[in-house]
Design a protein. Structure first.
Length: 435
């Protein structure tokens, strides 16, 4: 099997990226395993570029940018086959006194799972992510300002065995090395955009599913780089199809029986109320499902990404798609893109569902046709709208807490300010000569 000489201890940041340290294995066993390790609290208070920004209650120059403590979660310990001699453990984040950091994504999800557990329920979840694969390595892509890159496939290879075979060396490594890391990867398939491919995972307990998602995104990028290529999970890279992240979720009780299925295999009253909660809460919680400026450019009609707040049986135009029967009966949330933080998305789905159950919300009839043509409630059309609605949401404040709401609303407004200050290629093309 080989010797482990390096241990990575990491935690998901606001964007769902893994941040942390690499340790010599001996020191990890002798010291870190029992005592944890410290990291700067700014890691949960930066923008995508890792810039320190003001306005966060958790961390600031005025507070001195102190330490937080990472405690290894040994249930997540695994090999990282794409890094020789290396193991990985995820960590929970606490203040020096031992209190959990409420705004840490893993803790946000844990809090919602605890609400389920109080009812005797457990969430099972799975994600399926698209990415775009390019022939250039990351450094060359950056040197070109991400323009003029060659997609790994030059035509639509959706479900094409021939088309995906062109990049099978990369896909095979992803499948096999994720399996070697303990992730249960179901399949890979081609997508509609040029160089687009999808990876789907088997269901697991919700926290483990989110952990697998975060580990996979890091590992897939590393594997692509090692193969001299690059890939992106951004929600909308170009004017063609965006990268989705469909989130599947079901509930089981303490005896492992499905909560969503009635005796005849169809939806139970609990499931209907859970779906009704998704529809009632989607507008308020979109920020946790579509967290970036770019996320909203994917949510356009006719793109297999939803625009209307609707549900349907096996209807891919709806925000919430119901699939399966009996034990496999589950909901699929189609709003998140490949850029989503899986911990926050799953927390939002659970919180919305529990609202429906607790309030006994009735479920509207399913949409049998093209939901994007409906004149009903629409999904927020921009990050600014989503942030405003999240901030004003009574539900968000009640179930996540004021500190979490304020933290993630501020993160959104930091991104909006950065976007508003940027001069884009579109503006140069439109205005250089003609204005």
């Amino acid at each position: 099997m080989g010797e482990i000489d390096t241990v990575v201890l990491a935690f998901p940041d606001l964007q769902g990226r893994l941040q942390g340290k690499r340790f010599h294995a001996g020191f990890f066993l002798e010291d870190v395993l029992s005592a944890g390790t410290e990291v700067c609290d700014y890691l949960l208070a930066t923008d995508v570029e890792m810039s320190t920004v003001g306005g966060y209650a958790l961390a600031s120059w005025d507070r001195g940018y102190g330490d937080l403590v990472l405690t290894p979660d040994l249930a997540t310990l695994r090999r990282m086959p794409w890094e020789p001699g290396t193991a990985l453990a995820l960590a929970d984040v606490a203040h020096p006194g031992g209190d959990p950091v409420a705004v840490a994504p893993r803790q946000v999800l844990r809090r919602q799972l605890e609400r389920l557990a109080a009812r005797g329920w457990r969430a099972q979840a799975a994600t399926g992510l698209d990415f775009l694969l390019f022939r250039e390595p990351y450094e060359e892509a950056q040197r070109r300002s991400y323009r003029g890159l060659m997609p790994a496939n030059l035509y639509d290879v959706d479900y094409s065995i021939l088309g995906s075979a062109r990049v099978e060396p990369v896909l095979r490594r992803i499948r096999n090395e994720m399996a070697g890391a303990g992730l249960v990867l179901e399949s890979t398939k081609g997508g509609r955009n040029l160089g687009q491919h999808e990876v789907t995972f088997h269901y697991d307990d919700a926290l483990a599913a989110a952990d697998s998602h975060a580990i996979y995104k890091t590992g897939a990028k590393e594997i692509a780089a090692q193969e001299g290529m690059s890939l992106t999970f951004m929600a909308k890279f170009d004017e063609r199809e965006g990268n989705s992240c469909h989130v599947h979720l079901s509930l089981v009780d303490d005896e492992d029986w499905p909560v969503f299925a009635a005796a005849d295999g169809g939806p139970s009253p609990t499931f209907e109320a859970f779906i009704a909660g998704q529809l009632a809460s989607l507008g308020e919680l979109t920020l946790l499902l579509a967290p970036n400026v770019n996320s909203y450019k994917r949510l356009t009609p006719g793109s297999f990404a939803p625009t209307s707040i609707a549900w349907g049986f096996d209807n891919r135009t709806c925000a919430v798609r119901v699939v399966g029967r009996g034990r496999s009966l589950r909901m699929e949330h189609r709003v998140p893109g490949g850029d989503v933080n899986p911990y926050l998305a799953l927390a939002a789905v659970v919180a919305a569902g529990l609202r429906g159950v607790d309030e006994g919300l009735p479920l509207s009839p399913p949409e049998p046709g093209n939901a994007s043509r409906l004149a009903t409630a629409r999904i927020p059309g921009s990050l600014a709208e989503a942030a405003d609605r999240f901030e004003a949401s009574t539900l968000a404040h009640e179930v996540f807490g004021d500190a979490v709401v304020e933290h993630y609303v501020h993160a959104a407004r930091v991104e909006l300010a950065a976007y508003g200050a940027a001069v884009t290629d579109w503006e140069r093309v439109r205005g250089f000569e003609r204005l």
